[in-house]
Design a protein around this ligand. Structure first.
Ligand code: FE
Ligand code: FE
Length: 170
């Protein structure tokens, strides 16, 4: 058990949690992409995979600077979110309905990350660690953009297609 004596300790702890979360997503996103039917959705998962790999490397840079070991913390919330994503992947569903479900799962993960990065950036700001602020801000913006892209894709294409099932429902 690591002791949290200072805000700096808590900052390190939060970055390690994000590092675990991002690494779990690196494993999960290819499966989400493989499970998506819509080409744009598949592409957006693939694009976010390469962004996520960059997110891991930014966190590694921050942990290096802090002299902290990236290992030793498991993000349990992301384990749960990834488990729900896996459940979605294995669900028997109409392709467009499954796409809508994949977006639902992915956006839960994005919102979790947005929350984590917002907190981490605020801590870095308070601690005057400007390089970390810049890196965390960059990732935060990419998470927000991904979330917005998924909303747009859901509302303009996927949800409409998923709802077309009602005309052929048996
Ligand atoms: Fe990320
Ligand atoms: Fe993300």
């Amino acid at each position: 058990m690591s002791e949290l004596a200072t805000l700096q300790d808590l900052f390190v702890d939060q970055i390690k949690d994000l590092y675990s979360a991002e690494n779990q997503l690196v494993q999960a996103l290819p499966k989400m992409a493989a499970s998506a039917s819509n080409a744009q959705l598949k592409k957006s998962f693939e694009t976010h995979l390469s962004q996520t790999q960059e997110h891991v490397s930014r966190l590694t840079t921050i942990l290096d600077t802090l002299g902290a070991d990236p290992k030793g913390k498991v993000c349990k919330a992301m384990q749960g979110l990834v488990a729900e994503g896996a459940e979605t992947i294995s669900e028997k569903a109409t392709p467009a309905v499954k796409d809508a479900a994949l977006i639902a799962a992915a956006q839960r993960a994005e919102h979790y990350e947005i929350s984590g990065y917002g907190t981490a950036r605020a801590f870095a700001q308070q601690l005057g660690q400007n390089e970390a602020v810049t890196l965390l801000e960059r990732t935060l913006q990419e998470e927000k953009q991904t979330d917005e892209l998924l909303t747009k894709l859901a509302e303009s294409v996927i949800n409409i297609k998923a709802d077309q099932g009602h005309t052929t429902r048996k």
